[in-house]
Design a protein around this ligand. Structure first.
Ligand code: KG4
Ligand code: ZN
Length: 329
């Protein structure tokens, strides 16, 4: 049996969680820095690192307390060590190293992107093989998992990530930060057919969202009425264009690879319209994490440590850029 304390600090959430055998969450604590960064309209890396440092110990204590678990019941300490902001990742990794050393527990590092995929193992009986659509603030990838730690990259974005496009368009539409949830909310009151934005046509399973973002910008520039009156229609039409292509390519990948399971992961997997589209599928089993495990959290880190973690020691380092999730097809 594994009882793993997970730590997550790759961007602007300080998180700690205790998870049993990769699927049963005993506690999951997330301290969000949204209020701090709101004033800047986005995450300021140095400020984020300082905030992690200030709340890390309290968040770990709370996770252990809520789980009712002491250090003697833990079997390992796990930490996401990349990709993400180097300064923030270092806070989490330093904390994990200190705990692992002082409590004589194994240290396990996990890839942040792979941990998003593992959010789907929480409270579910999902087992590979499956096709995964990973859509976060920094990444957009379609992957085929033949086993827990064996994946092939089928396609990825050639420019902006889907979440990044949501955040940029939210700024263009003056909907505020964080952008994804703001667009999601605005879109519910808008007409997705009001504007016909391009899907960003790219061959195969790759994606492109920067042209779509520019199309929204040009439309906003040409508006002859106040933006506030059109923001919901613009948000709904933009969201429709993003979700259409995400849905279409994921389904095509599942059909081509012959898998019967599709998995959504990453912050954009919290998007209500995207979830509704996939929920309507009948020929394929669709897995999506509950909303609290879509965006950054540490339960997914502890789960990933159980299923596909890397044994590490005090020489472990952090990395900012994504490693390719498995080989490219
Ligand atoms: O996975 P995540 O928490 O952090 C990264 O690893 O990047 O993803 C954050 C991204 C942000 O771009 C945010 O705007 C987007 O996920 N997001 C959403 C929604 N909730 C979060 N995008 C669309 N609809 C949402 N409901
Ligand atoms: Zn993330």
């Amino acid at each position: 049996m594994s009882v793993i304390l997970g730590i997550e600090t790759s961007c602007d959430e300080t998180a700690a969680a205790v998870v049993e055998d990769g699927r049963k969450v005993l506690s999951s604590c997330v301290f969000s820095q949204i209020d701090v960064h709101q004033a800047f309209g986005g995450v300021v890396p140095e400020v984020a690192a300082r905030c992690h440092l200030e709340s890390m110990n309290a968040v770990v204590d709370e996770a252990l307390e809520r789980a009712g678990v002491g250090r003697r019941q833990l079997t390992a300490i796990a930490c996401a060590n990349g990709p993400g902001l180097v300064g923030t990742l270092l806070v989490g990794l330093s904390c994990a190293k200190a705990l692992s050393w002082s409590w004589s527990l194994p240290l396990i590092t996990v890839d942040h992107l792979q941990s998003h995929v593992c959010a789907n193992y929480i409270d579910s009986d999902l087992e590979p093989p499956f096709v995964c659509l990973l859509v976060s603030g920094g990444h957009t990838q379609l992957m085929h998992f033949s086993d827990y730690s064996a994946s092939t990259l089928l396609g990825e974005t050639l420019d902006d990530a889907a979440g990044e496009a949501f955040d940029k368009v939210a700024r263009l539409l003056e909907l505020g930060y964080p952008g994804g949830p703001a667009v999601d909310r605005a879109a519910r009151g808008g007409d997705p057919q009001a504007y016909r934005f391009p899907e960003g046509v790219v061959d195969g399973y790759d994606f492109s969202f920067s042209g779509l973002k520019t199309a929204v910008l040009r439309t906003v520039e040409k508006l002859e009425e106040p933006l506030a009156g059109r923001a919901c229609d613009l948000a709904a039409s933009f969201q429709d264009a993003v979700n259409r292509v995400l849905f279409k390519k994921t389904l095509a990948a599942a059909r081509e690879t012959g898998v019967k399971q599709v998995v959504l992961a990453g912050g954009v997997a919290a998007n209500s319209n995207l979830r509704e589209r996939f929920a309507e599928l009948t020929e394929i089993d669709v897995f999506m994490p509950s909303l609290k495990y879509c965006t950054d959290n540490a339960a997914m880190v502890a789960s990933a440590a159980h299923f596909m973690g890397n044994a590490a020691d005090l020489s472990a380092t952090v990395y900012s850029r994504g490693k390719k999730s498995g080989s490219r097809r």
